[in-house]
Design a protein around this ligand. Structure first.
Ligand code: P61
Length: 457
C-alpha cells in the first residue's frame, strides 16, 4: 500500500470526466493532437509535471510578503539565501523559467561556433539553446538507459568512458561545458548516482571544463541517492543536495518542477566571473539582476518551495506515488521503463503496440487511445517529439517510443492513480485494435505541438 498523502486539502478544483462521445469529438476536433485539447476536456492531466503542482499554505502566505521593488527587492535576497544554503553557490540570478536560464547561460560558454556541449542527456529546450548558441549537443548516457527492463538503479548516469574518450578525441578547447541533467528526464526521469556525479566532476576539473547542473528535478534525484546508493541512507536530502552541487560550478533550473512553483527559474554559480557574464544577458532578455522576469511574490513562493521539496516526508510520498502507478501497471503486464523514474511513468509503446512501426508513432497512438478511454492526458516522447534532421529533412531515429504520464506534485491522490492504471489496462486489453497515425499537417519546427493527424487503416 502507498503512504497516504502527507497533506490534507484546503482548496479544491473540480475535475470531471466528460462522456466518451464528447471525448471522441474533442480529440477529433483537436486533429488528434492532445496539445489542442482544452483542459476542461481532460479528467486527469498528466501532460507534464512542469508548473502544474499545488502550492502550500506557507507558499501562499509568503506571497503576501512579496517586495516588488525593481532593484534590490527583499524577496530576491530571501531567494538568494535559500539557493546558497541548498547549493553552496553564492551568485544567484532569477529567470522566468528554465529555458530563460538556458538562454542567458549557454551563449556565455559557447564562445565559438561548433563547440561541443556534453551531457548525460539533454532535455529538448536545453538542446535547442545549445544549437541556437552555435554549439553541438552530445548525449553520453549509459547504455542501460535504453533497456526498459533491466533493473539498474541509476539509468540516468553519464557514460564516463565515453565522456573522457570524447574529450581526448575532440580536445578540451572545443568543449564549452558539461551539463548534468538530474534527474535525466529524456531517459525516463532516471536518477544519476552521487558516484557518477563525483567522477564527472573530477573529469571536468582535470580538463578544466565547467560542469553545470540542469537541476529541474534535483530533489527527486537526491531522494533516489538516499534510497539506492550505499552510504546515503542516513543523510538528509538537503545534505545530499549540498554534496551533489559541490562537484559542479553552477546550475540552471526550471523551478516549475522541484521549486514547487507554477512559474520561475534560476541560475546559480560558484564564481563571480560567470555570474557577471550571464548578468549581461539577463538584463536585456529576462529582467534586472534582482528579479529576472519574476514578480517579488514569485521569488517568495520559490524560496519556500525549494525547501519544501527537500522535505523527506514530501519526497517519500512524491516518488512513492509515481512508483505506485508504475507498479499497478507493471503488475498488470503493461510494459513500462523500469525502475520507475521520479516524476513520471514512461510506458513502452514499442512493446505495448508492436504492430505499429515508429513512422506511425506508437507512443502518440497510445496517447490518443488513453485519452479516449479514460480522459487521461499523457504525452508522446519518441519519434514524433524528436522530429526530423534539420539539414537532411529525414526522420531522426529515436531510441525510445514512450507515452509519458507525468504526475503533477501534490495535485492528485492515489485513487486518481488507480483510475489512470485502470484506464491504461483497459487499452492494453484491446491493444491489437489500436491503430497507428500519420500526419495531415506537419509543421517545420517543434512539430509535436501543432501537428494534426489521422488514423492509418
Ligand atoms: C517537461 F514538451 N520540462 O518535462 P522550462 N530542463 C529539464 C526539463 O525537464 C525542462 C526544462 C529544462 C518540461 C516542460 C516542457 O517541449 C517541451 O521551465 C530537465 O519548461 O522552460 C522542462 O524548463 C525547461 C515540455 C518543455 C515540453 C518543453 O514537461
Amino acid at each position: 500500500m502507498p503512504r497516504g498523502e502527507p497533506f490534507k486539502i484546503k482548496m479544491v478544483e473540480p475535475i470531471r470526466l466528460i462522456p466518451r462521445e464528447e471525448r471522441e469529438a474533442a480529440i477529433r476536433r483537436a486533429g488528434y493532437n492532445i496539445f489542442a485539447l482544452r483542459s476542461s476536456e481532460v479528467y486527469i492531466d498528466l501532460l507534464t509535471d512542469s508548473g502544474t503542482g499545488a502550492m502550500s499554505q506557507e507558499q501562499w502566505a509568503a506571497m503576501m510578503r512579496g517586495d516588488e521593488a525593481y532593484a534590490g527587492a527583499a524577496s530576491y535576497f530571501r531567494l538568494r539565501e535559500t539557493v546558497e544554503a541548498i547549493t553552496g553557490y553564492p551568485y544567484v540570478l532569477p529567470t522566468h523559467q528554465g529555458r530563460g536560464a538556458e538562454r542567458v547561460v549557454l551563449p556565455n560558454l559557447i564562445t565559438r561556433p561548433g563547440m561541443y556541449v556534453l551531457s548525460n542527456m539533454f532535455f529538448d529546450t536545453t538542446r535547442a539553446h545549445v544549437q541556437l548558441a552555435g554549439g553541438r549537443p552530445v548525449d553520453l548516457v549509459v547504455p542501460e538507459a535504453a533497456d526498459t527492463e533491466t533493473e539498474y538503479p541509476f539509468k540516468g548516469n553519464m557514460d564516463l568512458n565515453r565522456l573522457e574518450a570524447f574529450i581526448q578525441e575532440h580536445g578540451r578547447e572545443n568543449i564549452a561545458c558539461i551539463v548534468m541533467t538530474v534527474t535525466n528526464n529524456s531517459a525516463g526521469g532516471q536518477p544519476v548516482s552521487m558516484a557518477n556525479i563525483r567522477a564527472t566532476g573530477e573529469i571536468a576539473r582535470r580538463y578544466g571544463i565547467p560542469l553545470l547542473f540542469d537541476a529541474a528535478r534535483y530533489a527527486e534525484n537526491c531522494w533516489f541517492i538516499k534510497q539506492r546508493e550505499p552510504g546515503y541512507a542516513d543523510k538528509s536530502p538537503r545534505e545530499i543536495a549540498r554534496e551533489m552541487f559541490s562537484y559542479g560550478d553552477g546550475m540552471m533550473m526550471s523551478a516549475k518542477k522541484d521549486g514547487l512553483v507554477n512559474i520561475g527559474g534560476l541560475v546559480a554559480f560558484r564564481d563571480q566571473e560567470l555570474y557577471e557574464k550571464v548578468g549581461g544577458l539577463l538584463v536585456p532578455y529576462e529582467g534586472f539582476l534582482t528579479y529576472g522576469g519574476l514578480a517579488g511574490r514569485d521569488m517568495e513562493a520559490m524560496a519556500v518551495g525549494l525547501m519544501e521539496a527537500l522535505d523527506a516526508d514530501y519526497l517519500a510520498h512524491r516518488v512513492g506515488q509515481v512508483e505506485y502507478l508504475g507498479r499497478l501497471l507493471r503488475d498488470a503486464g503493461v510494459p513500462i521503463q523500469w525502475p520507475v523514474g521520479g516524476h513520471a511513468v514512461f510506458v513502452d509503446a514499442k512493446k505495448f503496440l508492436p504492430h505499429i512501426p515508429p513512422e506511425q508513432f506508437p507512443g502518440h497512438a497510445l496517447t490518443i487511445e488513453t485519452y479516449i478511454e479514460g480522459g487521461v492526458r499523457g504525452v508522446e516522447v519518441g519519434s514524433l517529439m524528436i522530429g526530423r534532421d534539420p539539414e537532411t529533412g529525414k526522420q531522426l531515429p529515436s531510441p525510445f517510443e514512450f507515452m509519458r504520464l507525468a504526475i503533477p506534485r501534490r495535485v492528485y491522490t492515489s485513487r486518481h492513480m488507480e483510475d489512470v492504471a485502470e484506464t491504461l489496462i483497459r487499452v492494453y486489453q484491446r491493444r491489437e485494435k489500436v491503430r497507428g497515425v500519420r500526419f495531415t499537417y506537419e509543421p517545420k519546427v517543434l512539430r509535436h505541438f501543432t501537428a494534426r493527424f489521422e488514423f492509418v487503416d
